[in-house]
Design a protein around this ligand. Sequence first.
Ligand SMILES: C[S@@+](CC[C@H](N)C(=O)[O-])C[C@H]1O[C@@H](n2cnc3c(N)ncnc32)[C@H](O)[C@@H]1O
Length: 379
Amino acid sequence: MVFGSWTGAIIQNPRGRRGEQALRRVFWGICNFDARMAGGKAERKGRQAPQQQRFQGIQFDKAKGQHILKNPLIVQSIVQKAGIKSTDIVLEIGPGTGNLTMKLLEVAKKVIAVELDPRMVLEVTRRVQGTPYQSHLQVIQGDILKTQLPYFDICVANIPYQISSPLTFKLLSHRPIFRCAVIMYQREFAMRLVAKTGDPLFCRLSVNTQLLARIDHLLKVGKNNFRPPPKVDSSVVRIEPRNPLPSINFKEWDGLIRLCFNRKNKTLGSVFRQKAICAMMEKNFKTHQALSGALENNGEADMVMQLGDTTNDASMDMDGDVDTMDEDMDGSGVPSTFKEKALTVLKEYGYDDKRSSKLTQEDFLKLLTAFNKAGFYFS
Ligand SMILES: C[S@@+](CC[C@H](N)C(=O)[O-])C[C@H]1O[C@@H](n2cnc3c(N)ncnc32)[C@H](O)[C@@H]1O
C-alpha cells in the first residue's frame, strides 16, 4: 500500500484526534493511517519514532535539500495561490516523496517533475501508480540545473535551497516564457528577491531578478512545517516573468550591477574611483575597441562615437591609439583618463554622490546607457 509522507504532519500535529481527522480529510485518501497512528503513539510517549528522518525506508539526505513539506495546509495554499488552470502543464522541481506533486496533479493537465535522487523518483512514481493521475505525471531523473527544461506554463516547487540562485536565473532565461513560478525559498533569499530600493536587503539579486520579473511574497512558512526541519524559515514567492523583457545586454547589465553593489552603501563616485574597477574598465574598453575594429582602421569616427566628447582630452588624441593613455598615470597605477571619464559620466548624470542601495531600476538603466555611450563596458 502506498502512503504519503504526511505521517509527520499527523504525528506532530498537537491538535489531537479531531485535528488529525480534519487533516486526514485534506489528504488524498491514499495514506496508511494505521501506520501513522503507530508512529504517532511512539512520538507522543516521547520515544523517537524509528522512521523520524525516513520515509518508506528512505533516509532523507540534507545535502540534497531533502526537507519534505509535511503540512498539507501549506501545500494546499501553495497550489491555490499558483492559480493553476486545468489546461496547464506544471513543472515541479524536486518532487521528493510527492506531497506537492499529488496536489498539483489534482488541478493540472500534466505535471513534469525533475528529481535528482533516484530513490525519490521511485517513490513518487510508486505513489501515483493506480491513481487516476498516473498518466498525467512525467518524472525526469536528473539535476534540474543540467536538464533541458520542457515546455511548461507554471513552475511550482519546494526547492533545495542550495540551488536557489542558479535555478531562478535558469527559469528566467527559459524560453518560451512561462506564465509564473511559485517557489519556496529560504526566507532571507525570498526577502532579497522582493526587496525594493532603500530596503536593507536590496541587493544585486533584487535588481537582476526584478529586471526580468515581477516578484511578490506570498506566504511565510515556519521550519516546523518540514521534515526534517531545516535550520532556516522559508517563504513562498510568486515570480512573473516580464513579457516582453527589456531589450538590454544582460551580461553588461549584470557587470554594472555587480560593481555598484560591491559596496552598495558607498557613493558611486567612490566605487568608480577604485583602482581595480578603473583597471577593469580600461581592459573592457580595449577589448571592445579591438572587437569593433577601431584599432585596425585607425577609426577617428569610432573613437568619437565610443568616447563621446574627447576634444579636451589630451590622451584621446584621435589617432585611435589607446596605448597612449598608459602614459597618463595618476599614481594609482591606472590611467587617470579612465577614472576621470567615468567620474565625468557619473557627475553629468547626477549619480556621483548617489548610493546603489538608493537607486531604482530606471536609474541603473540610465547609468548603463550613459556609460555605454561614453565607451565604458562591463563585460
Ligand atoms: C525540499 S525537497 C522538496 C520535496 C517535495 N517537493 C516536498 O515539497 O515535500 C527538495 C527535493 O529536490 C531534490 N533535489 C535536490 N537537488 C536537486 C537538483 N539539482 N535537481 C532536481 N532535484 C533536486 C531533492 O532530492 C528533494 O527531493
